[in-house]
Design a protein around this ligand. Structure first.
Ligand code: GAP
Length: 445
């Protein structure tokens, strides 16, 4: 994590952006602190009605780019609880540790590499010697709690792809270069979860393992750096808030020959959104050795047999959702009235449209429901009849809904509705029988 000279977000009128986004997320049903009625549970979060829509959109956008629009990547969904032999082979049992220190004064625990000699809580310098703390959550599979039944919650989705390498190869008949993608929950017993959903103990990852001939690894590493940067930019992260940072040799994980992080300019400075690594043949070789199975590719045409290298773009879905919220947050003035607006890409916004009857009038509501029925097949829609129309526009702007469709008294006469654009607030009149087509067209852009 690098602090920017001049402080974070010098270009923004609200230096407390993080508080505003956390507040909005809670107030509008994106993200709630978990178990709130019991006083919460440190750094765990529940995704509310809007959060679940947006998080799904983030994952769908990733899946679309990484799997659907390609013919060289397939998906899997591997078990979260699986054989502990996986973690022995991968090196996680031995290496997946953080250096932990205890403050002898206030008994808080810290990552030794994240503090500078004194306890950030009470300032005491009376700290224990660092000791290695394994980040994997340990549990027992079955009713007997003994060494033989120890299992771990996966700390990354990646290993599910490596252990299924031969299954995927033989069932899909793919040949390198090809990839296996997966989206799902991972768990790490982080010593200091922090910064809202940036670092939590339960989170979602979006990872892809791309298997390539060893001599092509460097080319594909750079290819995926470009692809992944383009994905974030294409979904609306401004160029000035995104950068690539190459790891120094002493920073590389035990499996990596090269790693670069896609970094986002968070309110506390530049920090990681995604790691892209050349994992070499480390994982396939390790699993081959530990399982006794051959994990190789045999090229029938050339008679060549080799262990592919792996290029891995590994992103966090929950962390990325937070970055999209931070990047989209804005406050401006419309017609002399201040509003909060999320300039989210329509593909990420929880609702793509809101249908708003001008009033609760008996005749307007049934017509509005008819419009809603026409739009629901092409867009996720909200339907809101409460409060003044101005207030309802503000409410939709605040959660990033790109289009409001208003049904007014004239609609009863001309069977047309008003479509309002969130960013420009421009309004156009569209016949009801063309409104679904109009909206679908706008959302495709
Ligand atoms: N398979 C490689 C791997 O897991 P990583 O850099 O440890 O690499 C990849 O994790 C991404 O997962 C990170 O860039 C981040 O977006 C997300 N991530 C990791 N730990 C996280 C945590 N505790 N909370 C939220 N997201 C996390």
């Amino acid at each position: 994590m690098n602090e920017q000279p001049g402080g974070p977000y010098p270009d923004l009128p609200y230096p407390d952006l993080m508080d505003r986004v956390v507040n909005l997320a809670k107030r509008r049903g994106f993200i709630f602190p978990s178990a709130e009625i019991y006083g919460g549970f440190r750094s765990t979060y529940d995704y509310g009605p809007l959060g679940v829509l947006m998080l799904r959109n983030v994952k769908d956008a990733w899946w679309r780019a990484m799997v659907q629009l390609r013919d060289d990547v397939v998906g899997i969904d591997a078990a979260i609880l699986s054989s502990p032999k996986i973690w022995e082979a991968s090196g996680h049992l031995a290496n997946f540790t953080d250096p932990l220190v205890d403050c002898r004064h206030c008994h808080e625990r810290w990552r030794a590499d994240k503090i500078e000699g004194s306890c950030p809580n009470c300032g005491s310098t009376d700290l224990t010697e660092p000791r290695a703390f394994n980040l994997m959550f340990k549990t027992y599979a079955g009713p007997v709690e003994e060494d033989a039944t120890v299992a771990y919650l996966r700390p990354e989705t990646a290993q599910g792809m490596f252990v299924n390498f031969m299954n995927v190869l033989t069932t899909t008949r793919k040949k390198p270069p090809f990839g296996i993608a997966q989206v799902g929950k991972s768990f790490r017993n982080e010593i200091t979860p922090q910064n809202f959903v940036f670092r939590t103990r339960e989170f979602e990852q979006m990872e892809m393992e791309y298997f390539v001939p060893p001599d092509e690894a460097d080319t594909w590493f750079h290819y995926w750096l470009d692809e992944r940067m383009a994905w974030y930019l294409g979904l609306g992260i401004p160029e000035g808030k995104l950068r690539l940072r190459h790891h120094e040799a002493d920073e590389l994980s035990h499996y990596s020959a090269a790693t670069a992080d896609v970094e986002f300019h968070f309110p506390w400075g530049w920090d990681e959104l995604e790691g892209i690594a050349n994992r070499t043949d480390f994982d396939l070789k390790a699993h081959a050795e530990h399982s006794g199975e051959r994990l190789e590719y045999f090229d029938q045409a050339s008679g060549e047999r080799y262990v592919p290298y792996v290029i891995e773009p590994a992103a966090g879905a929950t962390r990325t959702m937070m970055a999209f919220l931070l990047a989209a947050y804005d406050e401006d003035e419309i017609g002399g009235e201040r509003r909060t607006v999320l300039h989210l890409d329509p593909r990420l916004a929880p609702y793509q449209a809101a249908v708003l009857p001008l009033s609760k009038n008996d005749a307007l509501v049934p017509l509005s429901r008819e419009v809603l029925g026409l739009l629901q097949p092409v867009a996720v829609c909200d339907f809101d009849v409460t409060q003044s129309i101005g207030r309802r526009y503000r409410r939709q702007d605040e959660v990033g809904t790109p289009y409001c469709v208003t049904v007014d008294f004239e609609s009863l006469e001309d069977r047309a509705v008003t479509v309002r654009d969130r960013d420009t607030t421009e309004q156009v009149r569209v016949p009801i029988d063309r409104v679904a087509e109009e909206l679908a067209g706008r959302l495709r852009r």
